[in-house]
Design a protein around this ligand. Sequence first.
Ligand SMILES: O=C(O)c1ccc(O)c(O)c1
Ligand SMILES: [Mg+2]
Length: 592
Amino acid sequence: MHTSIATVSLSGSLTEKLSAAARAGFGGVEIFENDLLACPLAPEEIRARCADLGLTIDLYQPMRDIEAVPAEEFARNLRRARHKFDLMTRLGADTVLVCSSVSPQAVDDDALAAEQLRELADAAQESGVRVAYEALAWGRHVNTYEHAWRIVEDAGHPALGTCLDSFHILSRGSDPKGIEDIPGEKIFFLQLADAPLLAMDVLQWSRHYRCFPGQGGFDLQSLLTHVLRTGYAGPLSLEVFNDVFRQAEAGPTAVDARRSLLLLQEAVGATRLPPPVVPTGIAFAELLTADAEPVTAVLAALGFTRAARHRGKPVDLWQRGEARILVNTGPAARRDGTRLAAVGLESAAPAAAARRAEALLAPVLPRRRAPGDAPLEAVAAPDGTELFFCARGRPGPPHWRADFEDLAAAPAPDPTRIDHLALTQPWHHFDEAALFHRSVLGLDAQDSVDLADPYGLLRSRAVSNADGSVRIALGVGAAPTDDTAPAQHIALATDDVVAAARAFRAAGGRLLPVPANYYDDLAARYEFAEGELETYRDLGILYDRDAGGAFRHCYTQTVGRLFFELVQRDPGHRGYGAANAPVRLAAQHQQR
Ligand SMILES: O=C(O)c1ccc(O)c(O)c1
Ligand SMILES: [Mg+2]
């Protein structure tokens, strides 16, 4: 299926947009007039550039306020249009988009609209181009796809068809089933965009908040299914007006865009991808640090022991129970402070997991392994975190463990394991990260939550597998700055957070202190056993509860960009302590 993207969806100059679209694997583009006007290249040169990049120009857009206007106004519009048809001939673009009029001059007269569009189509046909008429959701008289189609049908001109845009259809709550009443060959173009479900003016919503399919709340799968049932065989094109994408780098945005389209194609059965292999556990978390001492001191206080050392690399395995943390002081560590750089995901079929990731455009990483090392399939997540797919090692140790030489006797049985990892996303890749983890890894995403930070707002969205053995909290500062960006953390699950916190403190660890006001509020909200709250207050343990039970948690000091959390989760609890996050974030700011 031919896929396309509107240049308005990407940042940069026209040539940068074209390169990004081609590199991401799109077959064509919709050229936005403003991008062309600002481009130093002649239309013939743009055409040649597209041809070199393997891109077709599938649409030129938009023409506005053409139809249902007084005769002398229409004569001027037609003159303007003929200019554009000539331009399109030079560009090699054969379809032009005409938006339904928003002009105060436009009259509510379908017969006039049809007649003038017919005349426009005549002129287009003379230049060898066709006209696709699109209902804007805020069009003055024509603002539904059914209405635009009625006018096109009445006009009855072979060079006039309709353009369907999922945003305009779904934002107004129109039923997309009626699309099946339109003959496929009269749908000249299909634009796809998702959007978060917001209660706001539809024009502002459209111009600022559109997003790629799968990243919002619209049912694009059903809409596309209706469109394909008509026999539509034209491009699937993304037209996404979005304030974040306007600022983000075009290359990654184009990849995100194409991944979303591949997933939509998969969902409607238009393409087959290797199926997801849902990870069954966290094999390890890997820290990169130039100076291991501060972080290993915290690990030691948390009861981890240095259990093994990699045979060929400066990587130590620290372990407690089923929680395994690799501390890597290799050359890659020099650039930043201590950070969580890689995650080992236990997989029933590592090669198949990597094949799906690759099919969904995740960069496949070189294995960086010495001869004899266990093969590890690895890909990069959008935030650069390396994801290793590790064969399950039950019974017996996991395969990757064979690359490590034991330094200590096997650790004593202990219920400690990794409850969740919290990864910081670059501010402009948050929606991409959620879609990536859902689609590439087959994890389920919870709703995103906004958390108040004293100096900003933090957005967080958790993804997890069905039994909760893999949980990742994706977080981002809402503003394009690093100042309020959350640090990363590793949350360790324990049976008894009070005992774990006490042991940590007795071993010299520092816990994050929590204000007394928080505990006064807790006392008002919940009933506790005698002395329980005092214990929590003493240790800085936070408390939350949902229908599935309680969640008790506390935090260590921060090392570099990293801190640890101790978590006691009742089996049915699905949360991550979101209600406590503002208090925790404020306390962390206080500590700095
Ligand atoms: O917001 C607009 O003006 C606009 C322009 C062209 C489109 O295809 C569209 O969906 C919206
Ligand atoms: Mg559109």
